[in-house]
Design a protein around this ligand. Structure first.
Ligand SMILES: [Zn+2]
Length: 171
């Protein structure tokens, strides 16, 4: 991938990666015959090659945190970055930014609730805000696209940005 991930971002993304992406990757490994590839600071589950029917919509990749699932067609090498990998790499950057906002807001919420004497609920609420920021921002981008009359997914600002940066029309 063209851009290097910064491992320091795991400081504010580990909770989502731990409870969502790393669990999902194990499920994909066990059920779909995928293998894990450590690339650009994240785990990518690469699905085994398969034949595609004529006219079939070819699915190439999805980001699920610090990594995601890639079709065998979309997986390159250290020296050969595919457009899909570059596209998904933009989504990882977006994930890192949304998670940092969630982590900071979650810390404020947790501190405020703990300060009034409710430590366990405060920590739980802070964790929910932390991991909830990423799906909340994605969901908001889909709603805004729909409100603008655009395609709910292709018109979302995160998808438009990834396609603009990667120069692709996929994923
Ligand atoms: Zn995308």
């Amino acid at each position: 991938m063209a851009k290097r991930r910064r491992h320091i971002t795991y400081l504010w993304t580990w909770l989502w990666d731990l409870v969502v992406w790393w669990v999902a990757s194990i499920v994909v490994l066990c059920t779909r015959g995928a293998y894990l590839a450590w690339q650009d600071g994240g785990w990518w589950a690469v699905l085994p090659p398969r034949d595609y029917a004529d006219g079939e919509t070819i699915w190439l990749g999805i980001t699920l945190g610090h990594g995601g699932i890639l079709s065998a067609l979309a997986y390159g090498t250290q020296h050969d970055t595919t457009i899909t990998e570059y596209h998904e790499g933009v989504h990882v950057e977006q994930y890192e930014a949304m998670s940092l906002a969630g982590c900071a807001l979650g810390a404020v919420v947790a501190a405020a609730v703990c300060a009034i004497g409710h430590v366990a609920p405060g920590l739980a609420l802070g964790a929910i805000v932390w991991v909830g920021a990423y799906p909340a921002c994605l969901g908001a981008s889909y709603l805004v696209a729909a409100a603008r009359g655009e395609h709910i997914y292709l018109g979302s600002t995160f998808e438009e940005a990834a396609r603009a940066v990667a120069g692709d029309h996929e994923g």
